[in-house]
Design a protein around this ligand. Structure first.
Ligand code: FUB
Length: 326
């Protein structure tokens, strides 16, 4: 009897160890629970960070949570890293953060209020903190971009650092995308040689959610197409020799899979050049859901062919294998 009892205990310990090992080795999708969209991924001090939109009714979108991980598998939630209570001009629809570290500070760019015209208060703001987990405070006391330029709604910002160290704001909803040169302290913009502040770089089919990176000297521009509440939301890309384009659309690389999830889009990347690993972090809607806001943050690998073209991403339930950044 005693022998049977110890054997059962050993078996149960082994089963639980096997389950732990299984769950620990693979991220699974979604990577953390809750409705979260528009994930901005970043790496600070070899730790992975994800800053998503809290995907709820616009008037409930009054804060941003962040998530951190050492291995892409276990994620720690950092609630309310930014709250509209700290931004006097923002009162709803706090969206699609973009983060950069510069001069020992962390700058979190965000959209707020979902403005529909130049007569409304809101647009793209900047918040600043000493740590990636915040707390972030309003950097300007007013939006950085508070008007429509070239038809672009001031939302869905991405901050791109060029080879020469210059930072650019790339942003825009309503099917228009602008690029603007940020000044050193992110309090405003520097004009281009022609005197303009906002240069339009919209490619065919662009809707929103821009993202840019450099690989082998080429500028890859990625964006979301389709409607974010529908099944066809997806990500496409173009490649150019300059961050100002021209960007000729190559094709879609992320989209729904009828066996996995719908509406896969609004992404960002984790790039580990030393390990030659590219991870796409994006949101998608489970097959069981139809509510537009029921979006989950997921991760999968992104690969290239020998010519540097991005291969279509296979969206998975398993996610990615555990991976330390260093
Ligand atoms: O989450 C709010 C909005 O949905 C984003 O700004 C869009 O890009 C879409 O993902």
């Amino acid at each position: 009897m005693k022998y049977l009892f110890s054997s059962l205990l050993l078996l149960s310990a082994l089963t639980s160890f096997a389950q732990d090992t299984k769950t620990i080795k693979q991220s699974g999708n979604p990577i953390f629970p809750g409705w979260y969209a528009d994930p901005e991924a970043a790496v600070f001090n070899n730790k992975y960070w994800v800053y998503p939109t809290y995907s709820a009714k616009y008037k409930e979108q009054v804060f941003l949570d962040a998530f951190s991980s050492d291995d892409l598998v276990k994620w720690k939630k950092h609630p309310h890293v930014l709250d509209t209570a700290a931004v006097k001009w923002a009162n709803k629809a706090m969206w699609a953060p973009a983060i950069v570290q510069k001069d020992k500070k962390y700058y979190l760019f965000f959209g707020a209020n979902d403005i529909q015209s130049d007569n409304e208060v809101g647009g793209i703001g900047v918040a600043v903190a000493d740590k990636p987990e915040g707390p972030f405070k309003d950097h300007l006391g007013k939006p950085l971009v508070d008007k429509f330029h070239n038809g672009a709604q001031p939302i869905d910002q991405f901050v791109f650092k060029d080879k020469d160290g210059q930072y650019y704001l790339i942003y825009g909803g309503w099917k228009h995308c602008n690029i603007a040169k940020l000044n050193k302290d992110f309090t405003g913009f520097l004009p281009f040689d022609d005197g303009k502040i906002f240069k339009e770089i919209t490619p065919d089919n662009y809707v929103e959610g821009p993202y840019m990176f450099i690989r082998n000297g080429k500028y890859y521009f990625m964006w979301s197409e389709g409607g974010w509440t529908g099944p066809d939301y997806s990500v496409a890309y173009a490649v150019s020799d300059s961050p100002f384009g021209p960007f000729k659309r190559v094709g879609k690389i992320l989209q729904q899979d009828a066996t996995i999830a719908r509406g896969a889009g609004h992404h960002s990347l984790i790039i580990n050049e030393k390990k030659n690993k590219y991870y796409i972090v994006y949101h998608r809607r489970p097959l069981t859901e139809t509510d537009g806001n029921h979006r989950e943050t997921c991760i999968d690998e992104m690969k290239f062919d020998a010519d540097g073209m991005i291969l279509p991403v296979k969206i998975t339930k398993e996610g990615v294998k555990a991976q330390k950044f260093k």
